[in-house]
Every structure is written in C-alpha cells, then in structure tokens.
Ligand binder design. Structure first.
Ligand SMILES: *Cc1c(COP(=O)(O)O)cnc(C)c1O
Length: 468
C-alpha cells in the first residue's frame, strides 16, 4: 500500500518537534527527582501529531484478528464471544477502583462477588471449595498439584512423586507436573482416542504406591468423552492417588456432567475460556482451583492478594446473565455446533476418529493427500477468506492435526460460511494447489518464517544512527 501510515513503526513516523499531546495543568507542584534517579539524556520517544498516532494505532488494530471481528475456531482455546455486559460490570467504579490492600470492611461487595462466584462454580462442578489466586490455567494446574503434594505429605506419604498423564494431554499438564517437582508417567491412548485401561493397570501395578495423581481432561484433547472415568478414578483411588481434572475446556460439560460426580478430587477452570472472559495475547486470565471437602487447607499461596478480580467479575456476569437454565444449554450447543461442522466436512477432510465428538474435534489434514497441500497451507488460506485458522499440528497424535472448536455462540449462517470456505479450499487444493501452498495472499503480511520468528524474535526497535 502506497501510504506512509501503513507498515511503519510509530518511531519511523516521528518528526522532530512534532507534538500530539497537551498535559493537564500541574496541580501537584514541583518535586525534585534525586539526581541518581534522573536520566542523563533525553529518552528517544517518537514525536508525532495526534492524528498520525490515532491512525497508526487504529490501522494496527484493524490488522489484528479477534473474536469481535470474525469466526475464531481455535480448538482447545474456546474463543467464545465476550459479552459487552461483562465489560460494563467489570468496569463499575465500585469494583474497578478498589485497592487490594484496602481494609476488609470496605470491600464487602467484592467479597460477595467472590463468594457468589465460588458457590456457582461449586454447583457447576460438584466440588466443595475454590481458590481464585491462580492467574492462568497452567498456574491452576501447578496450584492443584501443589495442593495434592501437600495433602500426601500431610500423611507422611513422601514417596508419592509420580503423576500419570495420558499421551493426548495438553502440553501444560506434564509441564506443570515437572515444575511441581513431580515425575511424569505417560499412559497410552487406544486407537479410539480413549485411555488404554490395561496400560493404566500395568502402570499402577508397577508404580501404585508412588502415584500422587492422575491428570485428565474430559472431554479429552480429541474432543472425546472419556466414558471410563469412574473406573479410572476407582483404580487411582484404590492405590492412594488423587484424580486431577484439567477443566480448561469445561465448556461441553456445562449443564451435562460434573467432574466432582465423576470422581475427580481437584480441578482447575479457565475462566478465560469457559466463562467468556477475553484471553487474547496471553492474558489476563484466571485459573481457579476447586477441591473436594477436606483438601482446601492444602491450598498454597501462589499469588499476592486475591487473584484477577476483574476476570472474576466478568465470569460472574456471564453466569448470572445466562442463568441456570441457559447455562445448561452451553455444553449441548457447543457439542451440536462441533458435530455439525465435522459431519459437513468429513467427506473432504480426513477424520481419524469417527463418531460423536464433544465441543471440538480433530481432522488429520485433507482427505486427498495427493495434492501435497498441508494443514499449514489450509490454515494460511483460511486467513485469505477472513477466518482465523483452527489449532494446527496439535494434538501430536496425528501428523496433520487440524483442531476445530466453534463454541456455542455461533449462528448457523456463520458455521455454514466456514464450511463452504473449507470445502472451497479443498477444491482449490485439487485444481490449483500452488494457490493454497503460497497463501495467504490478502493479508498485510504474507507467509512468515515461523521457525525464525520463534527462534530469533525481534521484539525491540533500535534507532539506527547514520553510521551504523
Ligand atoms: C488452555 C489450556 C490449558 C492452559 O491454560 P492457560 O490459561 O493458557 O495456562 C490447559 N489445559 C487445556 C486442556 C487447555 O485447553
């Protein structure tokens, strides 16, 4: 685009002496900053007129993709609509302007919010207590595992240092266990995508007295409901371990089933997935941890103060605005939408595990492998049509994973539009594979070198002087 506003950094738009601000009148008087804290030379800040600044950032935001701009079927991430009433509630000055160190008797309203949210989550999950301190799902996993470790230690059970994790697990599960100083044992999945009970039994025969916990996601990362959970829970409990539920994707369970009833003892929930709070760019999040009665005294201190209160406000607004009856529709609708897409595309995309899925499912690339068009190419081509790509190359169980999660919020027209484009891309792969392999063609930046960008990220800008 032949316009100096596009593609330039704000520093590159800078012109010496330009001003785009006017500071308010100084009501505070002068304060002498101690000499050792003062800069020795002026900071290099961009100097731009106000309109250039406004256009620069507005153009940048238009280059971004968000739930509010288009369909975002990113599997395992639950990119659902963030209702605007949530934002209004979280921005109420009575809540927004609180200070975490305020005396307790001045924050009764905030305490009531936390208590009501805790009660709601207990009812939805079948557990007895929640802590809201963790700032993310993975932080919740760590908190839950620390709770479990403290519980075993309180019984003098020091040898319980192993955590069983299915091979289909989200990457954060083994990572959290490792950070907690626990050792990971992987249990295999069968070809139907569910945990191999025989292998689990063998592992328990071998390691039973050393098992601290088993971590599971249900529905699992393939979007499949682990129907053997009660049996798995019995096996783990019989050898003295606890059951940990990764509830990051609680979405399909809302209104359908409760982890507490299935035999789980500890779980986390991603409020920033299931309860519709925004989670672009890595935050802010909240990963409350729930436990069965009798485990709450083992909650560790994992953050100062009271967790991410504004996220909790949004989650409660979502729960209350849906209400008990509508909340029961979340799981069934998310499941219906995922199955609708799956059934509408499985003749052109490879479906490795057939049958009913829950809130998400995985294709193993295009059905016709002769075109040479990969999952990466399909994902890039989707951007040309204005859709965010699904999760790709995860889970690792398949070579060309394409993991799709529509959530419950999307209209039939949106789903049909996505299905039509996915079919169109499959057709293009046959007729004009180069077109798909070189996509995207309509985005501000074409195909980037992912590996280079990950290994050598350039995240700072350095002013080049004339002779450098
Ligand atoms: C997203 C996710 C997590 C991690 O949550 P973060 O908030 O990103 O740390 C853990 N497990 C599953 C299954 C997830 O989908």
């Amino acid at each position: 685009m032949n316009n100096h506003l596009y593609g330039n950094l704000i520093f590159e738009l800078s012109k010496e002496g330009r001003k785009g601000y006017s500071l308010p009148k100084n009501h505070f008087g002068e304060y002498a900053v101690p000499a050792e804290l003062r800069r020795s030379e002026d900071a290099h800040l961009p100097e731009c007129d106000e309109l250039t600044v406004v256009r620069h950032y507005t153009n940048l935001s238009n280059n971004n993709f968000g739930v509010d701009t288009g369909f975002y079927p990113l599997g395992s991430c639950t990119m659902k609509y963030n209702p605007k009433i949530n934002e209004e509630m979280a921005a109420l000055p009575q809540f927004q302007d609180l200070h975490p160190a305020q005396p307790a008797d001045t924050v009764k309203g905030a305490e009531a919010v936390v208590a009501l949210l805790e009660r709601s989550l207990c009812q939805l999950t079948g557990l007895a207590h929640f802590t809201f301190k963790p700032f993310a799902g993975a932080h919740g996993e760590l908190t839950g595992l620390m709770t479990i470790a403290a519980y075993h230690q309180s019984h003098g059970d020091m040898q319980r240092t192993k955590v069983i994790v299915p091979d289909s697990a989200h990457g954060t599960n083994p990572a959290s266990a490792a950070v907690c100083g626990l050792e990971i044992i992987e249990v295999k999945s069968l070809s139907n995508g569910l945990v191999d009970l025989q292998h689990l039994q063998d592992l328990l025969n071998q390691h039973g007295p050393e098992v601290a916990a088993m971590m599971m996601t249900n529905p699992n990362t393939l979007g499949l409901f682990e129907v053997q959970i009660p049996e798995i829970a019995r096996l783990i409990h019989d050898c003295g371990g606890l059951m940990y539920y990764d509830g990051a994707n609680l979405n399909p369970m809302l209104g359908a089933a409760r982890p507490g009833d299935m035999g789980f003892d500890v779980m986390h929930i991603n409020l920033h997935k299931t309860f519709s709070t925004p989670h672009g760019g890595g935050g802010p999040g909240s990963g409350p941890v729930g436990v069965r009665e009798g485990l709450q005294q083992f909650f560790p201190m994992v953050s100062p103060y009271h967790g991410n209160f504004a996220v909790m406000m949004r989650a409660l607004a979502y729960i209350l605005s849906l209400g008990r009856e509508q909340l029961k529709m979340v799981g069934p609708l998310a499941t219906l939408n995922a199955n609708y897409i799956k059934e509408s595309l499985k003749d052109v995309y490879e479906l490795p595990i057939n049958g009913l899925c829950c809130h998400e499912f995985v294709f193993d690339g295009l059905k016709d492998k002769s075109t040479g068009v990969t999952t990466m190419d399909v994902a890039k081509r989707l951007l040309d049509y204005g859709y965010h790509a699904p999760t790709i190359y995860f889970p690792l169980l398949f070579h060309e994973s394409l993991m799709i999660e529509p959530t419950e919020n999307e209209s039939l027209e949106t789903l049909d539009g996505f299905i039509a484009v996915m079919r169109q891309i499959a057709q293009e792969a046959k007729n004009d594979p180069e077109l798909v392999k070189t996509a995207p063609h309509n985005t501000p930046i074409g195909r980037v070198d992912d590996v280079l960008a990950a290994k050598h990220p350039v995240v700072t800008w350095r002013q080049l002087s004339a002779n450098s």
